[in-house]
Design a protein around this ligand. Structure first.
Ligand code: ADP
Ligand code: ZN
Ligand code: MG
Length: 485
């Protein structure tokens, strides 16, 4: 049978605040901080303590909500989600339930089939749990993460494949990074996915809407790879269940990274009853209109808008523009260089230097664009020198490498090393004829039709000129002398 997958994602993103959601403890990097070094009575769940909302976390949540085109609710309410687990010292998690921070947004994603709009159901604030490490003879509890602000972003079931789910996750991560609310560092677990997956028979041609199938929810997917594999696995598993005439059970699943299989955590029957109720220790969160307006006004240009602007303003291909906006620091670098380039140099030439040479440098040096010794103005000067024929492309590449080492300008390096390109026709004619005199064999083969030796002769001439001859003039002169006398 032919089934259509239906997928909805719940994304948990840690907010990059200084302090935790409801106390003054620092949010620390748990790959370096000692366990339980950032804990106080509030986040340790001591009786009698009171939570206080972190204003910056709310502001970051609003930033995301607005960037996703959501309606920010004038009043949102914190609620207690009750369950017992050793990493949750209070016995409940403070979250939002009936009245979330924001609702009804959308996210445009890029797939191999083109652009697609996925609706966002809700965006709400909550707190993270602690972390358990199971060891021989017991379990260790680290509360550094307990109370770290989390933003949960829930999509409508508009996603139809694992590829789309990954594209959605990537687009969301991109926006979170541009908004500076999350580092996007997947290895550190700052973004986690839960995938809700169901399949249904492909909608019939008579237009009768086919109801959604029963969904399963796969928890704790911490990488794009896990997200993709788990969805593919579930689609296949559910399709087989239906093919064999059985029904899919609604359940919560875990993901086994090693065997790449989902496994049952709990069925619908023993689903948690979270006994949600409004958090009595926190007043409803009232949105101040002027606050919303300020946050809206301060939103940066988002990746997709930037990409489209690069295409229309600078005549770049979508592919090049997409690569330039991948990191905001690269996009900023590009625009700063474009501002400083000579009038007759086009932005595409600058883009090519960045996407080719500069990306190579960034990769070998392990630096982002804003960290390079070569500043955008300096790159613009170099590109001008090449475009104006002062130095040739090959020399330009060498000069750039040296700029990245010494931080000197292209002009300084060219002058100090005497790299200026030679276009003088008389000089070039002389070394061309010298070269031909020294290579009578190649000249004969060229004249008897073996035109590929031209490249060899070209190389010889360039060598004689220590790489500085204008390659265009050399080619023309070579052909002239070979085809002439
Ligand atoms: P909860 O997981 O708390 O019960 P919801 O019922 O609101 O929350 O749904 C959570 C997610 O499941 C949402 O992303 C939603 O789009 C998705 N979802 C709901 N129904 C289906 C379905 N039949 N198939 C796939 N995803 C679904
Ligand atoms: Zn604390
Ligand atoms: Mg859920």
């Amino acid at each position: 049978m032919n089934y259509e997958p239906v997928i909805g994602l719940e994304v948990h993103a840690e907010l990059a605040t200084q302090s935790k959601m409801f106390c003054a403890c620092a949010v620390v990097d748990n790959t370096v901080a000692a366990p339980n070094s950032a804990v106080c009575p509030v986040c340790a769940g001591m009786p009698g303590t009171l939570p206080v909302v972190n204003q910056m976390a709310v502001e970051m949540g609003i930033r995301v909500a607005l960037a996703l085109g959501c309606t920010v609710n004038p009043v949102s309410v914190f609620a207690r989600k009750n369950y017992f687990y050793p990493d949750l010292p209070k016995g409940y998690q403070i979250s939002q339930y009936e009245q979330p921070l924001a609702e009804h947004g959308q996210l445009v994603i890029q797939t191999s089939q083109g652009e697609l709009t996925i609706r966002i159901r809700r965006v709400h604030l909550e707190e993270d749990t602690g972390k358990l490490t199971h060891v021989e003879g017991g379990s260790l509890l680290d509360l550094n993460r307990a109370g770290v602000p989390l933003l949960e972003i829930v999509s409508e079931p508009d996603i139809r494949s694992a590829e789309e789910a990954v594209a959605y996750g990537e687009a969301l991560r991109h926006i979170l990074r541009y908004l500076e609310v999350n580092s996007g560092d997947m290895e550190k677990g700052v973004i986690r996915f839960e995938a809700n997956v169901s399949v249904r028979l492909v909608p019939s041609r008579d237009g009768e809407p086919v109801p959604y199938g029963t969904r399963t929810e796969v928890k704790n997917l911490n990488s794009f790879r896990a997200l993709e594999r788990a969805i593919v696995f579930e689609i296949e598993r559910q399709s087989k269940v239906l093919d064999s005439g059985e029904t899919v059970e609604q359940e919560t699943l875990g993901w086994n990274e090693a065997s790449e299989r989902t496994y049952s955590q709990r069925s619908k029957e023993d689903a948690h009853d979270y006994r949600y109720f409004p958090e009595p220790d926190l007043p409803p969160l009232k949105m101040d209109e002027s606050w919303l307006e300020r946050v809206r006004a301060e939103l940066p240009e988002l990746p997709r808008a930037k990409m489209q602007r690069f295409v229309t303003s600078y005549q770049l291909s979508e592919k090049d523009a997409a690569r330039l906006v991948e990191e905001k620091s690269t996009a900023d670098y590009f625009e700063a260089a474009v501002k400083r380039k000579a009038k007759n140099v086009n932005a595409k030439t600058i883009a090519n230097w960045i996407l080719g040479e500069l990306f190579g440098l960034m990769k070998t040096r392990g630096e982002t664009a804003d960290r390079l010794k070569v500043k955008p103005e300096a790159l613009a000067e170099l590109v001008d020198l090449v475009a104006g024929g002062e130095i040739n492309q090959t020399t330009g590449r060498e000069v750039l490498a040296e700029m990245s080492e010494s931080g000197k300008s292209a002009g300084e390096i060219v002058t100090a090393k005497g790299l200026k390109q030679v276009s003088d026709a008389g000089f070039i004619a002389k070394i061309v004829s010298q070269t031909l005199d020294e290579s009578p064999g190649e000249v004969t083969s060229f004249r008897s039709g073996k035109e590929t030796v031209l490249n060899f002769l070209f190389g010889q001439v360039m060598k004689k000129a220590a790489g500085k001859a204008n390659p265009q003039v050399v080619r023309e002169e070579l052909e002239k002398q070979l085809k002439g006398s």
